[in-house]
Write a protein that binds this ligand. Structure first.
Ligand code: C2E
Ligand code: CA
Ligand code: CA
Ligand code: CA
Length: 282
C-alpha cells in the first residue's frame, strides 16, 4: 500500500509538472501574440424574442498561435488574466470591436449593438472610461451601441472597487451586462446598487432546459428577478427550438446561441444580419 501511495504521488507530481510546463509554453507564445497579429475577433448575433430582430452581437476573441495552433479562450484568457497580459489584449479587443461597429454602421447597420467582454482587471485599472471616450470620438461611434460584459463572480468580488468605474461608463451612455449570471453568488443588494442594464444567463443553465427541472427553475427565477429589477435578460447558449420556446414562454428578452448562429467573422456576420428575416421566428 505504501509503494502504491508513493506511485500515486509520483504520477500526480508528474501530471502537475506536465501541466505547468504546458502553461509556461502557452504563456510564452501568448506574450508574442499581439505583436505577431495572431488575434482576431468573431461575432455572434443575438435576437429579441418579442419581434425576432437582431439586436446586437457579442465579440469573442480567437487566437491562432504560430507554434501551438488554435488555442481556445477558455485556456488563454485565464493565463492572460494571471499574467496581466489581458490589459494589452483588452485594449486591442476594444479598438478592433469598435472599428467593426464603425464599418457596419457605414454599411447601414445603425441599430445593432456590440457586446464586448472585459476583464475585471480592465475595470480596476481605472482608465477604461477615458479610453472608451477617446475611441468613440476618434471612430465616431455612439456609446449607446456599446455594451460591456463583465462576469458575475469577478464584479461581485470587487463590487466596492468597481462601482465607481461602472458608474463612469454608465454616464458615458455605455450599457453594462453581468455575464455568466447564476454561476457566482450575487448579493441582491449589489444587483440593485450596481449600474447594470442586462443579465446574461449562463449557458450552463440553458443546455438542460426542458430536461432538468432545476435548471428550468433557476432560469425562470432569474428572468423574473431580472425583470423586477428593470433589467434586460439574455439567455446564452441556446441550441434548440425547445429551449427557445421555453425561454419565450418565460418572457426572456433575448437569446444568443447556435440555434441562431455560431460566432462568425465580421464579413459573414454583417451578411447574416443583413439577410435575416425577423418574421420567420417571431
Ligand atoms: P462567454 O462570454 O460566456 O461567451 C459565451 C461562450 O459560449 C463563447 O465561448 C461562445 O463561443 C460559446 N457559445 C455560443 N453559443 C453557444 C451555444 O449555442 N452552445 C454552446 N455550448 N456554446 C456556445 P468562447 O468563444 O470559447 O469564449 C469563452 C469565454 O472566453 C467567454 O465566455 C468569455 O468569458 C471569454 N472571452 C472571450 N472573448 C473575450 C474577450 O475579448 N475578452 C475577455 N476578457 N474574455 C473573453
Ligand atoms: Ca460574454
Ligand atoms: Ca457564459
Ligand atoms: Ca463568460
Amino acid at each position: 500500500a505504501k509503494a502504491e501511495g508513493r506511485n500515486t504521488y509520483q504520477i500526480y507530481n508528474e501530471t502537475m509538472d506536465a501541466e505547468s510546463r504546458r502553461r509556461a509554453t502557452v504563456l510564452a507564445s501568448l506574450r508574442k501574440a499581439l505583436d505577431r497579429g495572431e488575434f482576431r475577433l468573431v461575432y455572434q448575433p443575438r435576437m429579441a424574442l418579442a419581434d425576432g430582430r437582431i439586436t446586437g452581437v457579442e465579440s469573442l476573441l480567437r487566437w491562432h498561435s504560430a507554434e501551438l495552433g488554435e488555442i481556445p479562450p477558455t485556456v488563454f484568457i485565464p493565463l492572460a488574466e494571471e499574467s496581466g497580459l489581458i490589459l494589452q489584449i483588452g485594449d486591442w479587443v476594444l479598438s478592433e470591436a469598435l472599428q467593426t461597429l464603425k464599418r457596419w454602421r457605414a454599411n447601414g447597420l445603425n441599430e445593432v449593438s456590440i457586446g464586448i467582454n472585459v476583464s475585471v482587471l480592465q475595470l480596476l485599472r481605472g482608465n477604461l472610461p477615458q479610453q472608451l471616450r477617446t475611441l468613440m470620438q476618434d471612430l465616431g461611434v455612439p456609446s449607446n451601441r456599446i455594451e460591456l460584459e463583465v462576469t458575475e463572480s469577478m464584479v461581485m468580488q470587487n463590487a466596492e472597487q468597481t462601482t465607481h468605474v461602472l458608474n463612469e461608463l454608465r454616464k458615458l451612455g455605455i450599457t453594462l451586462a453581468i455575464d455568466d449570471f447564476g454561476t457566482g453568488y450575487s448579493s441582491l443588494v449589489y444587483l440593485k446598487r450596481l449600474p447594470i442594464d442586462t443579465l446574461k444567463i449562463d449557458k450552463e443553465f440553458i443546455g438542460d432546459l426542458t430536461r432538468d427541472p432545476d435548471d428550468e427553475a433557476i432560469t425562470a427565477t432569474v428572468i423574473t428577478m431580472g425583470h423586477s429589477l428593470g433589467l434586460n435578460v439574455i439567455a446564452e447558449g441556446v441550441e434548440s427550438e425547445q429551449q427557445l420556446s421555453y425561454l419565450r414562454e418565460q418572457g426572456c428578452d433575448e437569446i444568443q446561441g447556435f440555434w441562431l448562429s455560431p460566432p462568425l467573422d465580421s464579413h459573414r456576420c454583417l451578411a447574416f444580419i443583413r439577410s435575416w428575416q425577423p418574421g420567420t421566428v417571431a
